[in-house]
Design a protein around this ligand. Sequence first.
Ligand code: PLP
Length: 375
Amino acid sequence: MHPIQMVDLKGQYHKIKAEVDEAVLNVLESTAFINGKAVQEFATNLSSYLGVKHVIPCANGTDALQIAMMALDLQPGDEVITPSFTFIATTEVIALLRLTPVFVEVDPKTFCMDPAALEKAITPRTKAIVPVHLYGHAAPIDEIMTIANKHNLIVIEDNAQAIGGDYYSKNGKKKTGTVGHIGTTSFFPSKNLGAYGDGGAIFTNDDSLADKMKMIANHGQRKRYYYEMVGCNSRLDTVQAAVLNIKLKHLDEYIKARQSVADFYDRSFAGHSKITTPHRASYCSHVFHQYTLVLNEVDRDGLNAFLAEQKIPSMIYYPVPGHHQQMFAHYDTAKVSLPVTDWLTERVISLPIHTEMDHEQLNLITSKVLEYING
Ligand SMILES: *Cc1c(COP(=O)(O)O)cnc(C)c1O
């Protein structure tokens, strides 16, 4: 049996090696390392895949969030509402820009922003909302948009974990990340659409936001050497774009492979009183960036250690939610009580899920999980 990994990037690479090697070597030969042909090609390919008007490639998913927020003309102290139960990049960028992160509760089933909690957290200083499609499951973005429109707020979807997912909006089927005003994503190697290094992108259907974000990502210039505003330097490099052009063609098949791993796990744990398998809301397709169980009356950290002894990796995403991080200790808005978030951080565990898993590996993982839990 192949050793079990959280993600198997090597196995996946070997299946597309000839094509990827050729594309990368072409970039080396062209020496157009910055803004080479593949970058614009990728932006075009991704915008047609997502059905969104503008795709702005950038250096990583954290920059994508930062550039999106920089485009909103916010003032220090303006409030941005976001879940506490997310990867730190989502909330860190808010604070980096001297804005105030306002942490709200998530739905215990979907792990995503709870619209009722969102509505309660809105104040006259609220300017934007950043829902996160955590683990590959979409937040209820139609409901979030309805609330946002009522209060005149901008919605930035953090789509780093859900690229390629479908969202069945009241306006028809869309891709996650394209329903709000702006969507952002990451091409970190382990993401569902991963590069062979860092990468990110921003999407929007709004022409003026697109224009502004493009300028911000390029030192605040539209015309070379004429700087209209303070921006940053955030580019997707050509080698990564060349890899992503190939991997984008396989994204739907990668998602299917992840979903069939999830189906296997679901069947193995179905009906177990101590295990809650991931919820799949009817309004979206779950693309399973992670397969995350919620354990009931189980020593979660004990299971994590037991699996490690069996050479089965598992991860706790995320052990400490944002509102308990030292980084935010001086914010009054971090002194909130988020019992669902706290409850989840003590009970979640993510099992290996990727495009290269086989039944032998899955049988071993599920039997060891059940062995520990059943005692
Ligand atoms: C990975 C991730 C990011 C950041 O992406 P990087 O490319 O690592 O900067 C942001 N938000 C979420 C939810 C993520 O999972």
